[in-house]
Design a protein around this ligand. Structure first.
Ligand SMILES: N[C@@H](CCC(=O)N[C@@H](CS)C(=O)NCC(=O)O)C(=O)O
Length: 235
């Protein structure tokens, strides 16, 4: 059976990590049998990141390469019905979520003192403070290099608000981004926004989503159809 090396459930989601949640959604959208592996060693993974898909003796890192693997090897259809213009738009939304909104969410979790207490309890329970503090400094240094951590919160909220508005404008009153059928971009973007929405402490980023008229219902629609229930997976 396919095995997904992944971070475990957190904050009511099946994974603390939005790329892992996306990979779970893709496996479910493809109707494949799979099981999570919460005990795999991150340091042994090819890119030192999760998710990683184990398919027999093949090891596939990165959610977009997992998507490609499922398309090529299992005939998974994540959007063959999209027009070239829609496909390009889906790709752009996917990248916006993963390369912009994602880092704002990581910043809101690791670089916000109130949320950090929850992250520390989740990932470093029982570990000495030097370890958690060192890892936190490394993550924040990466976010500074990325540039996202250099914005004052109000400016970052304004930037991310524009992304969320663009998603809401495109979604309109449709069930999914491109109509009645969900595609890979619904999975990728909803996973990202779900992660942002479940901020452990009150956050202006979570508020951006929860105050939006259509976005929460769309995240819930994608979640109910494709994301695993965290309780089942944790059992
Ligand atoms: N582009 C990758 C991103 C994967 C990623 O950033 N995973 C994070 C968790 S959200 C990770 O494993 N971080 C551990 C680390 O960097 O040490 C994907 O889509 O799979």
């Amino acid at each position: 059976m396919l095995e997904l090396q992944t971070f475990g459930p957190a904050f009511g989601l099946a994974s603390a990590s939005s790329p892992c949640l996306k990979a779970m959604g893709l496996l479910n959208m493809a109707n494949l049998d799979w099981k999570p592996d919460f005990a795999a060693d991150l340091e042994k993974s090819p890119m030192h990141k999760f998710p990683v898909l184990k398919d027999g003796d093949q090891i596939i890192p990165d959610s977009s390469f997992i998507q490609q693997h499922l398309e090529k090897n299992y005939g998974a259809d994540f959007g063959s019905w999209l027009t070239p213009e829609q496909r390009a738009t889906a790709h752009a939304f996917n990248r916006m979520a993963e390369e912009h909104i994602y880092f704002a969410t990581v910043n809101d979790r690791w670089n916000n003192d109130a949320n950090w207490e929850h992250i520390k309890a989740l990932f470093f329970s029982g570990a000495p403070a030097e370890i958690s503090d060192t890892v936190r400094s490394q993550v924040v240094a990466g976010l500074m290099t990325n540039g996202i951590a250099r914005f004052p919160t109000e400016m970052l909220v304004e930037r991310i608000g524009k992304d969320v508005n663009a998603i809401a404008d495109y979604l309109g009153d449709k069930s999914f981004l491109f109509g009645d059928r969900a595609c890979f971009a619904d999975i990728a973007v909803a996973a990202q926004l779900a992660a942002m929405a479940v901020s452990p402490e009150k956050s202006p980023f979570a508020d951006l989503i929860n105050s939006h008229p259509t976005i929460p219902a769309w995240i819930e629609r994608v979640s109910k159809n494709y994301f695993p229930d965290s309780v089942d997976l944790a059992a």
